[in-house]
Write a protein of this length. Structure first.
Length: 186
């Protein structure tokens, strides 16, 4: 019997996001921390560290792992949402004279929320967020007859957001339950 590799794969280095490339795109952003005093070519700056998934538009399916968000207005929208998942459409506001237009997230429409929820489900399952991609189909083993079960109150209390409920056939020899991300969907 061989042991499963417990180690995560090494991620590719993030070059950051070119915001103009995803202007107008629906984004799922999970801010993870606030970083202060990062040395840049323009001097020290603050940023929000985040994971960013591009849901639609020309860059749909891109994932920016552990990237730094420098635009100030965008930072202000994300700072209070550390370790939460944010959905919004990237837009630009009106720039002051002599300044660039600020980047910000517009409130998602009802359709954006629906598309975002479908994308988040695919992301949680290990797929890409592109709305044109079909969700992976999980084949479940066929059982002859349903087995009666009793739920223990303690077992119910241990299940958290994002964790799969016990499903028929999992835990049988040569089968493994998927690993779930415990991050709440929105």
């Amino acid at each position: 019997m061989t042991a499963m590799n417990p180690f995560a794969t090494i991620p590719s280095p993030s070059d950051g996001i070119t915001w103009a490339d995803v202007n107008g795109a629906l984004l799922i952003i999970r801010p993870t921390s606030i970083e202060a005093g990062i040395q840049t070519s323009f001097g020290a700056a603050d940023a929000v560290r985040a994971d960013v998934w591009v849901v639609d538009g020309p860059s749909a399916g891109e994932f920016h792992d552990d990237t730094l968000v420098f635009p100030k207005l965008l930072q202000s929208q994300l700072k209070s949402r550390i370790n939460q998942v944010v959905l919004g459409r990237l837009t630009q506001g009106q720039g002051k004279p002599g300044q660039s237009a600020p980047w910000l997230l517009a409130e998602p429409t009802a359709q954006d929320v629906q598309v975002g929820m479908q994308a988040w489900e695919r992301i949680q399952a290990g797929g890409q967020p592109s709305p044109t991609q079909q969700a992976p189909v999980r084949q479940m083993p066929v059982q002859q007859a349903p087995q009666p079960t009793t739920l223990q109150p303690q077992a119910q209390a241990q299940a958290g957001w994002g964790q799969p409920q016990a499903q028929p056939g999992w835990g049988q020899p040569d089968q493994q339950a998927p690993v779930a991300d415990t991050t709440p969907p929105f």
